[in-house]
Ligand binder design. Structure first.
Ligand SMILES: Nc1ncnc2c1ncn2[C@@H]1O[C@H](COP(=O)(O)OP(=O)(O)OP(=O)(O)O)[C@@H](O)[C@H]1O
Ligand SMILES: [Mg+2]
Length: 458
């Protein structure tokens, strides 16, 4: 996460306290103003963990506080004798509740809670400064809330050609259209088909020639410093030097544009050169590169509501990076035995490579099914017939919605000069059978969103 900062508020209009573009979303600390030591300790601990913090000062108006709460990913409430008497803290909690913000109370003295605080704050109160690791837990919980604000989904299957790229573009394009919000697609496949879905090959290649491409999530590049060497030109070496992630608008390509549908659906352009990591024999350097990637993804979470990776079909270093960053894996599969094998391998890789606490949840999506009748294979899969072969409860991991086989999903190269959003089935074109196709895209998106929401609620 980015640098912490205290926001100077005095005399500022509501407008001005809006974070400048590129600024991270923050955690809001609600306090009475009369617990300076506790506030300072908390501020320092969060700052050390690179969590961006906002806490109101004496001159902060209610409107300014509400605007800051609106932009926050969570609210920490300093629970103290002074805090429970403070009108402002009470108003903060009310505003946070109205916005559905995660509440993290932290008790700093022996205050008894009654009335409003007993009802609204006590049920969430688990941490206090009297606990030996209370502050550490508070920091960990805050970081967790930050990660959950923007889920990361990896579309993955260790079988090729099952529709990973199609699902990444079309389902999550439909997601953006249906639910709004800011969606970032990242092309993690060295074949970079996702990028080529939206842009002609020469445009994609021109972008990576400037390092305005996925390699800049892994290594310091010309996108981070003008005098840097391009990691794409250094096949044998890895740059382990740390870097500050590039500003979003210098990095991503907006798919929805001025002349297109509203909303934010962006893509980080892919490139072949990230396959260099598969050839590296330097585990320490790879570990550093992986950390860069995880940190970069974490950084961009603050500017999006959903991040989605399209991935390569074989298990490589990139697979591992994607799995470590992801909260959920969506595995498209065809209704056949080869796809089943891919999903089985995928589950094995997840279980073997990722420690349990950090393991992404696996959901399976039937793609390219016959629209008119369910195949015996699909029916059997839903009835648990393949759970044993899969090596995990496949029937429970299956999404209820499926994507039909349709010519509308067939890859069409983007036309020269044509806007990228035209490649999205949800937005472009007219013609027979589009309505049910769009409906099924939205159904799949809705189901995935519900799964994410349920996980958040835990
Ligand atoms: N539901 C569908 N109906 C019809 N065609 C589809 C459907 N889904 C995918 N396709 C087509 O199948 C082909 C493979 O799909 P896609 O490229 O999305 O698979 P992939 O898993 O990303 O492949 P790879 O492993 O090579 O990355 C493409 O030509 C795509 O247009
Ligand atoms: Mg693909």
């Amino acid at each position: 996460m980015a640098e912490s900062r205290a926001v100077p508020l005095k005399g500022r209009s509501r407008q001005k306290i809006h974070a400048p573009r590129g600024q991270m979303s923050h955690v809001y600390i609600s306090h009475s103003g009369k617990d300076p030591d506790a506030l300072l300790a908390l501020h320092e601990a969060l700052r050390a963990a690179s969590v961006t913090v906002f806490h109101p000062g004496e001159d902060t108006s209610r409107a300014e506080a509400d605007a800051a709460i609106d932009r926050a990913f969570a609210i920490i409430v300093l629970v103290s004798a002074e805090g429970v008497r403070s009108r402002r803290v009470r108003q903060d909690v009310e505003a946070a509740k109205a916005m559905g913000l995660k509440l993290i109370p932290y008790q700093v003295d022996k205050a008894r809670l009654n009335g409003f605080f007993k009802q609204e704050v006590q049920p969430h109160l688990r941490l206090s400064s009297a606990m030996p690791d209370g502050l550490d837990q508070l920091v960990a919980e805050t970081q967790e809330a930050y990660r959950k604000k923007c889920p990361v989904i990896a579309v993955m299957n260790l079988k090729g050609g099952v529709g990973k790229t199609t699902v990444t573009a079309q389902v999550f394009g439909a997601w953006q259209e249906a639910f709004g919000g800011r969606v970032l697609l990242i092309d993690l496949d060295p074949q970079y088909n996702l990028t080529q879905t939206f842009y002609p090959m020469d445009l994609a290649d021109a972008s990576s020639a400037q390092d305005r491409s996925v390699i800049s999530l892994f290594e310091r590049s010309r996108l981070h410093a003008r005098d840097a060497a391009s990691p794409a030109e250094n096949w044998l070496g890895l740059t382990i030097q740390p870097f500050t992630p590039a500003p979003r608008d210098q990095f991503v390509h907006p798919v929805l544009g001025v002349d297109g549908p509203p909303g934010r659906l962006d893509i980080i352009s892919g490139q072949f050169e990230i396959s260099k990591y598969a050839f590296s024999g330097d585990p320490d350097a790879l570990a550093a590169v992986k950390q860069h990637f995880l940190r970069s993804v974490d950084h961009y979470r603050s500017e999006y509501d959903l991040i989605v990776f399209d991935t390569n079909p074989n298990a490589t270093f990139l697979t591992r990076c994607a799995l470590e960053a992801a909260d959920r894996v969506i595995a498209p599969m065809h209704a056949d035995i080869y796809s089943l094998r891919g999903v089985r391998l995928l589950n094995q890789v997840i279980c073997n490579q990722i420690e349990e606490a950090r393991r992404p949840e696996l959901s399976i999506l039937f793609n390219a099914v016959n629209r008119n009748e369910q195949s015996t294979f699909e029916a059997d899969a839903r009835n648990g017939v393949f759970d044993e072969i899969a090596g995990f409860p496949l029937s429970e991991a299956l999404l209820t919605a499926a994507l039909p086989r349709s010519a509308h999903f067939a890859v069409k190269a983007p036309q020269e000069g044509q806007p990228a959003w035209r490649q999205l089935v949800i937005h472009a074109g007219r013609g027979g059978g589009l309505k049910p196709i769009r409906e099924s895209l939205k159904q799949v998106a809705l189901e995935i969103r519900d799964l994410n929401e349920r996980k958040k609620g835990h």
